[in-house]
Design a protein around this ligand. Structure first.
Ligand code: NDP
Length: 289
């Protein structure tokens, strides 16, 4: 196997991935739509290609890290005829269905496709905290493990090319709603003149402790038994959320983050499950397909 690696897309993330390959002494070919990021890597020893076609003219693995699904097609479509037999590792954020479509496109052109989802910011690439999730061609995951492991911990989620992206999106759903919840709380105490910084000092350890509840919620959801002892009932949670909403109103903050949570709880209670555990909210959210 050749150790040459081609990088298409050198934004903040693509540059970090390419820099890690360079630092490991790999022969690295780089291309970017605008030239400045490629020149910066060229100064560190990368071979700078003038065009994407030139960048993929060798026989090594091709790492794609562009803005979005659309830009991946814009860059790869014109190259398709010459890519048969090659491996593409796409680290561009895409939805699961977009990943599956890209894998189908790759198969039609004789390309081995491994999709990846990066659970890190560029500064973390190459550090122990970085994790990248992969799915699609297992053979590519195994063959390129030395490269993948340069960037962080590498996890493989099976042959469905959409799985890495699905995990990514599910994890980000948790992250963004957590961020929004924190900002809502900051707005509440901010109404009384407390800085967000002071609030974060209290909120961070509290939230960290509360994540200890998640494994219990997960076990309840998996067992589909919302009646077991020790669960906080939906009725109790509704009372708490109603108080949070009243407190928000008292202090003039927007309630848009909290209202849907309250609405889900109320829907479950209206369906007759007030004494069931709060994890039952999952039943309002899960796919019915
Ligand atoms: P940037 O905005 O820094 O870079 C975007 C890259 O895409 C640039 O190289 C840009 O080229 C290129 N590009 C955009 N549109 C086109 C197009 N139509 N044709 C050719 N090239 C195009 O983004 P990042 O590097 O930060 O992110 C890249 C991917 O990595 C994204 O999918 C992102 O979601 C994902 N990711 C990023 C994380 C982060 O923290 N940054 C974290 C996890 C995932 P040009 O320089 O010419 O504009």
């Amino acid at each position: 196997m050749t150790t040459s690696t081609t990088f298409l897309g050198l934004g903040a993330m693509g540059s970090a991935l390419a820099a890690a390959a360079l630092a490991a002494g790999r022969h690295t070919v780089v291309w970017n739509r605008s030239t400045a990021p490629a020149q910066a890597l060229g100064a560190r020893g990368a071979v700078v290609a003038d065009t994407a076609t030139q960048a993929v003219s060798g026989d090594g693995v091709i790492v794609v890290c562009l803005l979005d699904y659309r830009s991946v097609h814009e860059v790869l479509d014109p190259l398709a005829a010459g890519l048969a037999g090659r491996t593409v590792i796409n680290l561009t954020t895409t939805t699961p269905e977009e990943s599956r479509e890209l894998a189908r496109w790759a198969a039609e052109h004789g390309v081995t496709y491994l999709g990846g989802a990066i659970m890190a910011v560029p500064e973390m690439i190459g550090t122990p905290g970085a994790e990248i999730l992969y799915s699609g061609a297992g053979v590519a995951f195994e063959a390129h493990r030395p490269l993948l492991d340069l960037w962080g911990a590498s996890g493989y989620f099976g042959p469905d090319p959409g799985m890495a992206s699905l995990y990514d999106m599910a994890m980000l759903a948790g992250m963004y709603t957590l961020f929004a919840g924190f900002l809502h709380g900051a707005a509440m105490v901010g109404a009384a003149g407390v800085s967000a910084t002071d609030f974060a000092e209290r909120q961070v350890p509290f939230l960290a402790a509360m994540t200890g509840q998640l494994a219990g919620y997960a076990a309840t959801v998996d067992a589909k038994d919302y009646t077991g002892g020790g669960q906080q009932s939906l009725r109790f949670t509704e009372t708490a959320l109603a108080a949070l909403l009243r407190a928000g109103t008292e202090h003039g903050v927007d309630l848009e983050v909290l209202r849907p949570v309250h609405a889900i709880v109320r829907r479950q209670i209206a369906a007759g499950f007030g004494e069931h555990g709060t994890a039952r909210m999952f039943e309002s959210m899960r796919s019915t397909r």
